[in-house]
Design a protein around this ligand. Structure first.
Ligand code: 4NP
Length: 181
């Protein structure tokens, strides 16, 4: 990873999606967001990671990949990795799928901010905090959660796909609105 956090300097915005295992939800979010934000001038590096290391170096779950393929996203690949403290300095946004991820990420953020200064550290948000029309939930973590589909059927993955598609659009709209102000 050679990206550097843009710090509001007009440089492209780097985005990291995070779930627990980095094999189901955050790769779905990454694959969809890459598609939604393809070549968008505001967006820089896009990646995903897990708060746990259980599946390090594994490819995404086959149900994530088949759901992406079903929706025409055929060029995505990824190897699972655990989120690092360094990520909070290279990404502008670290985006959680559920409240467990969010709590873990806010704790890590706090530790990095103590050392590096609050303004240098990524914004941590729940993906569902980004609503339609670019509206940002006033409370961090106040939005919709993306539930873990791992132990369920393929329908759960379809639901994850629909949610992350909506949130990706809301997030891009939010960044566009922010840029205009
Ligand atoms: P994810 O789903 O956090 O959406 O990648 C999970 C995948 C695997 C496990 C937990 C959640 N696991 O415990 O193995």
């Amino acid at each position: 990873m050679t990206a550097t956090k843009s710090s509001g300097s007009g440089a492209p915005i780097n985005v990291l999606f995070v779930c627990l295992g980095n094999i189901c939800r955050s790769p779905m979010a990454e694959g969809v967001f890459r598609n939604v934000a393809a070549s968008h001038p505001l967006i820089g590096e896009i990646d995903s990671a897990g708060t746990g290391a259980y599946h390090t170096m594994e490819p995404p779950d086959s149900r994530t990949m088949s759901t992406l393929r079903k929706h025409g996203i055929t060029d995505y690949n990824h190897a699972a990795r655990k989120v690092t403290k360094e990520d909070f300095l290279t990404f502008d946004y670290v985006i959680a799928m559920d409240k467990w991820n969010l709590t873990d990420l806010l704790e890590l953020r706090e530790a990095v901010a103590k050392k590096s200064g609050n303004d240098k550290v990524a914004d941590v948000r729940l993906f569902g905090d980004f609503g339609p029309g670019g509206k940002l939930n006033e409370r961090v973590g106040g939005g919709e959660v993306v539930k873990d589909p791992y132990y369920g059927g393929v329908n759960g993955f379809e639901e994850v796909y629909k949610q992350v598609t909506r949130f990706s659009q809301g997030f891009v709209e939010h960044l566009e609105k922010k840029q205009q102000n």
